[in-house]
Design a protein around this ligand. Structure first.
Ligand code: 4AD
Ligand code: MG
Length: 465
């Protein structure tokens, strides 16, 4: 009986002389004159292919093996031998090649040449079969697992916050409505307005933009918690770093101030990147070679260097002094645009930078007011090439300050009564942040567009498949 192997461990262990079976998809077939063919097989476990030698003595050689093309699914049994040729250390001498699925070469869209990422986006159901998108998927999975490991090691409880919600955490009004009403026949109130009390939940509901508010509930009961789930934003941003559906990691810690919050975010990023560098050299190497030549150096800067820290006020001063003419003018009180963030990371600090204490006017209601009355205990972590990857804050734990801020911003105290209760009963200083998972995967792979790092990107005007 042959031993079934995935190609990654087979190439790593090289059990020469063993009879093994591999299962995967043909990348190429090359015919040597007359009596044998080379098949390159990929099974999704590594970017490397396994070379298979299929000889004419195989009973299906003429009518099947010689008809194999890119994309065909095969199971191959054979003996692993040292390869006499350059390019691979071992190869599989086939005793049987079973074809499980054909792929019509007239129509199969992935041919041997390199396809552009834009083109691959039009075939999201086939693109994970390419080297680069396969490597993205493996690294994405590895990062997800490493995130859970990080928090687990530190005693954080993983909680599941709801996807359907009646609160707008970020207060930006960028929420997708969830309704079961028939849009063609809407129930109306006496004055002709849509009667939302007759909707599924008896009130308007949306897809969550963040699990933070619910995470705060659990932090103020369990201490340290985190949520890691999909979040949704109906913002009309057609950029290389915005998605309408993205995943976010949100830790929340009781008895923790802004400095502790930054320390945790920095430790998380450093550990994740360190682990990927150690555990996934083959996938990472692909990105360093073919996607972004400066990647290794940038990852190294995160894994091994302290992040720079500056206040928003200092950052604005630096930008004003830069002598640059930015597309968006810099002035105290305006939000930093990505060109400003890039200037700070790529040119001033040449690495990640933590910007703190933003003006309260440009930040959500829940951030803790600083004593100066104009800024809040907020922090954003900016990284080269991407800009903002983490956004977080210390939360306003003082009832009076929070209630006053909500009134100022027109947020209904009654609707958020449960949130205010957390400040009525056993309130404690607490902090947390959100790490955008796709921005993290973008940073680790060097992929220029966020649409390449999530399997099925949802962006304005696009949600096919
Ligand atoms: O800065 P944001 O909006 O913060 C929050 O939602 C807080 N409630 C998080 C918290 O404190 N628990 O979003 C956090 C991060 C951003 O830094 C960015 O990395 C990512 O989420 N992000 C997006 N990623 C992809 N597409 C979008 N449209 C994103 N919007 C935010
Ligand atoms: Mg933000």
């Amino acid at each position: 009986m042959p031993t079934y192997y995935r190609i990654a461990p087979l190439l790593a262990n090289q059990p020469l002389g063993a009879t093994v079976e591999v299962r995967g998809w043909v990348r190429t077939r090359r015919d040597a004159k007359g009596d044998f063919s080379f098949l390159e097989i990929n099974d999704g476990s590594t970017p490397a292919n396994l070379q298979v030698i299929a000889e004419a003595r195989l009973d299906n050689f003429a009518n099947e093996v010689r008809r194999l093309t890119a994309g065909c699914a095969v199971e191959v049994v054979g003996t692993l031998v040292a390869s006499p040729a350059k390019g691979q250390a071992v190869e599989l001498k086939a005793e049987a090649v079973n074809v499980r699925g054909w792929a019509d070469p007239e129509h199969y869209p992935l041919q041997k040449k390199r396809h552009s990422f834009e083109y691959l986006r039009t075939i999201p159901h086939l693109r994970p079969r390419t080297n680069s998108l396969g490597a993205v998927a493996r690294l994405r999975g590895a990062l997800s697992f490493a995130i859970h490991r990080f928090f687990n090691q530190r005693g954080f409880v993983h909680i599941h916050t709801p996807i359907i919600t009646t609160s707008d955490c970020e207060g930006a009004g960028e929420m997708f409505t969830v309704t079961s009403l028939d849009l063609e026949h809407l129930p109306r109130t006496a004055d002709g307005r849509v009667d939302k009390t007759r909707d599924f939940f008896g009130q308007p509901a949306s897809l969550t933009v963040s699990g933070q508010l619910e995470a705060e509930v659990y932090a103020l009961a369990l201490g340290n918690v985190y949520t890691f789930g999909p979040t949704f934003r109906a913002e009309n941003s057609n950029t290389s770093r915005h998605l309408a559906e993205f995943w976010m990691i949100e830790p929340e810690m009781a008895f923790c101030d802004l400095a502790g919050d930054i320390d945790l975010a920095e430790a998380l990023l450093r550990q994740l990147i360190g682990e990927v560098i150690d555990a996934h050299p083959a996938d990472l190497d692909l990105f360093c070679r073919y996607v972004d030549k400066t990647l290794a150096q940038r990852l190294d800067a995160v894994a091994n260097r302290e992040f720079a820290r500056i206040t928003y006020t200092e950052a604005v001063a630096r930008l004003e002094r830069s002598g640059r003419s930015f597309e968006f003018p810099v002035s105290w009180g305006a939000d930093l645009q990505s060109e400003h963030e890039r200037y700070l990371t790529d040119e001033v600090f040449k690495g990640p930078v933590v910007v703190t204490d933003y003006p309260k006017r440009i930040k959500p209601f829940y951030m803790r007011a600083n004593d100066d009355g104009t800024t809040v205990a907020a922090m954003d972590i900016l990284v080269p090439g991407i800009g903002e990857i983490v956004g977080g804050s210390q939360r306003e734990e003082r009832f009076d300050q929070l209630a006053a801020r909500m009134d100022e911003m027109g947020i209904d105290r009654e609707q958020y009564g449960w949130y205010l209760d957390l400040r009525r009963y056993g309130s404690a200083p607490h902090s947390g942040f959100g790490l955008g998972f796709e921005r993290l995967v973008q940073f680790v792979t060097g992929m220029a567009n966020i649409r390449e790092v999530i399997p099925f990107p949802r962006t304005p005007g696009s949600a096919a498949r």
